[in-house]
Design a protein around this ligand. Structure first.
Ligand code: NHX
Ligand code: ZN
Length: 596
């Protein structure tokens, strides 16, 4: 009983909705049929009395259904009576001037009551048909049993490694898994132990799900997908039973792949939270039990994804569990280009569009960002009835991914427009004045998302390290907006809060994480709950403040000295609204130099 209730609890909300709907329709149709088609209760009379009444012309109509007579009086009153098996009354009634109808077997009311039973039945069948159709074998996604996992199989076109770009090493490592799934016996006969679990590590949007699907697609096996958070968000006890169910399903469809996204939701190391999170722990234990329960012939490989491998419970990483680790980095320039090419396959690009240039301008974008960029560009091209996606659409696609879509409906006063323009040009001029800044890509006073204006920078090339000079240049650039407001208007606004937050965060990290202050190399594990003693904390604050102060002084000095350019370009920006990097260089002139 308890497990039944648990089962009911785990039903997807959609099923509940459908069930309630069917119930409602059933009640409704019954109510309608009953109220409409039940005649006023007939009076039951002896056959002799009915015939007498007919003789006295008190009966107008009779319906005979086998041995039952339904009579209607001249006054509208209904009568019912039963005749003898073989008795014929038709002739006599006819002589009395009564309209006689003989209905065979199923009378009117009988037909209606069967209809009443039939309507809800049809509804239920329709609903079942509808749900089957949604989850049929040709369908992409099939909601799977109690586990809640989605099973992907028999896709019209399975995902393959060709659809995955920019992560060549990961592809190579996973190609081996494909071999295990395809030819398990080959490995077994060599006495090789086939891995049970693979941990994919990488930031969001780097294609962890995609590459897992590609492994299944390449091996031609089913793919069960569930997110770790789905295990734990439900009612107590459900997580573990879902795990059990998922593995049961998977074993039935072996060889196959189980993909667990966000494994850290279940796999966080245990025991550090007071009060305990029993539910999660139970789920994790069940997962470990299931994986340990794989025998040599279980052709199921579990692929788990996370962007926080450091928080995982060590038990998950032990041999025989997720003992293989595949790293997915954000794509470099070549990777980005390859990803753009994959997504551009199905999209017409205008001649001369240079995806390499787009790749160059999108440092730091993930695969998902790039997919988004191309999709936005495609939407823009379609909306303006173009024949192909041009460079213009791609540029706007970048801006949309970076800062959101334009919000031209946001109306700003002329005065605010000035503030926005000077603020943005302040950023841009400081950036252009410091040698260690990245190039400016775009300066715009068109509202996007939450921002009233943006200045976009992009590195010339990808890098894995950032120097102190680069960080101090970044801090000064971030404060350039505020410095320009102050210098131009003698007052400052709330608009710079995001810049200020970023500066404060950067300064703090420079002191504590990167040891780039006068405190020198201090051991400060501040990431994730490390704590500082009161005295050191005060030192850190003081040093961070000093770094910010210096950066702000740099910004002010630059803008004070180059105020002419600030005014000139800001006034120009108010007219044109957007200036790109090339145009900015032109406006700065050939004599432009770095500051100091
Ligand atoms: C507000 N927004 O919140 C208005 C609408 C100083 C000319 N009342 O620094 O737009 O004040 O260089 C992501 C990015 C909030 C999230 C920017 C959330 C900005 C942006 C505050 C320009 N450009 N500030 C900037 C700005 C604002 C904000 C954000 C965000 C302004 C400044 C936002
Ligand atoms: Zn700003």
């Amino acid at each position: 009983m308890k497990s039944l209730w648990r089962r009911i609890q785990t039903l997807p909300r959609r099923v509940w909705f459908v069930a309630a709907f069917v119930f409602f329709i059933t009640c409704l149709s019954l109510a309608v049929l009953v109220s409409r088609d039940t005649p006023p209760a007939p009076a039951t009379v002896p056959i002799s009395q009915l015939l007498d009444m007919a003789d006295h012309h008190q009966i107008s109509k009779v319906v005979i259904v086998s041995n039952t007579l339904y009579a209607t009086g001249t006054d509208g009153q209904q009568y019912q009576t039963t005749k003898e098996e073989q008795q014929t009354v038709t002739e006599q009634l006819r002589l009395d001037g009564v309209v006689v109808t003989v209905a065979d077997g199923a009378g009117r009311s009988v037909g209606l009551s069967s209809l009443a039973a039939f309507v809800p039945l049809m509804f239920i069948l329709a609903v079942i048909w509808f749900m089957m159709r949604r989850g049929g074998p040709n369908n992409q996604v099939m909601s799977f049993g109690r586990s809640g996992a989605r099973r992907y199989s028999g896709d019209a076109r399975p995902v393959t490694f060709d659809d995955v770009a920019g992560v060549e090493e990961a592809k190579q490592e996973l190609a081996e898994i494909v071999q295990f799934l395809k030819y398990p016996d080959k490995f077994r006969s060599m006495g090789a132990r086939i891995p049970k679990g693979v941990l994919l590590v990488g930031p969001p949007g780097t294609g962890k799900t995609l590459i897992s699907r590609a492994v299944a697609g390449e091996a031609g096996t089913p793919f069960f997908s569930i997110s770790g958070s789905e295990f734990v968000e439900m009612f107590v006890g459900v997580g573990a039973s879902r795990v059990r169910d998922l593995f049961r399903q998977a074993k039935r469809h072996a060889p196959c792949i189980i993909f667990i996204d966000e494994i850290d939701a279940v796999g966080r190391h245990r025991g550090n939270n007071v009060g305990g999170h029993d539910e999660r722990e139970q789920t994790l234990n069940q997962l470990l039990v299931e994986m340990d329960g794989f025998d040599l012939n279980t052709n199921v490989i579990v692929i788990a994804a996370t962007n926080r491998p450091d928080v995982l419970d060590q038990a998950l990483l032990r041999p025989g569990r997720f003992d293989r680790r595949v790293i997915l980095d954000p794509p470099d320039i070549n990777g980005r280009r390859a990803i753009l090419e994959v997504h551009a396959r199905s999209k017409p690009l205008a001649p001369g569009v240079d995806l390499a240039a787009i790749a160059q301008q999108t440092s730091g974008f993930s695969g998902a960002d790039l997919a988004n960029l191309l999709n936005e560009a495609a939407i823009l091209a379609a909306r303006s009835d173009k024949e192909a996606i041009g460079h213009e659409e791609l540029e706007e696609g970048i801006m949309r991914v970076v800062a959101g879509p334009e919000r031209r409906s946001r109306v700003v006063t002329e005065y605010e427009k000035s503030i926005i323009a000077y603020h943005e040009v302040g950023h841009a001029l400081v950036m252009k004045s410091l040698k260690h800044s990245h190039p400016v890509q775009k300066v715009s006073i068109i509202s996007r998302g939450q921002a009233l204006g943006v200045t976009v920078q992009a590195p010339k090339e990808d890098s894995y390290l950032t120097s102190r000079a680069q960080l101090t240049a970044r801090m000064a650039s971030l404060l350039g907006g505020r410095a320009a407001e102050e210098l131009t208007f003698g007052d400052v606004t709330t608009g710079a809060r995001q810049d200020l937050e970023a500066v404060a965060d950067l300064a703090r990290r420079m002191v504590t994480e990167f040891a780039m202050s006068e405190l020198g190399v201090i051991a400060t594990p501040t990431r994730d709950g490390g704590s500082l003693s009161g005295a050191v904390a005060a030192d850190v604050d003081r040093e961070a403040m000093r770094l910010i102060d210096e950066a702000f002084a740099t910004s002010r000095a630059i803008l004070a000295e180059r105020r002419g350019k600030l005014v000139e370009i800001a006034e120009h920006l108010k007219l044109v609204e957007t200036i790109d990097g090339k145009e900015l260089d032109r406006l700065l002139g050939p004599e432009w130099t770095f500051f100091g």
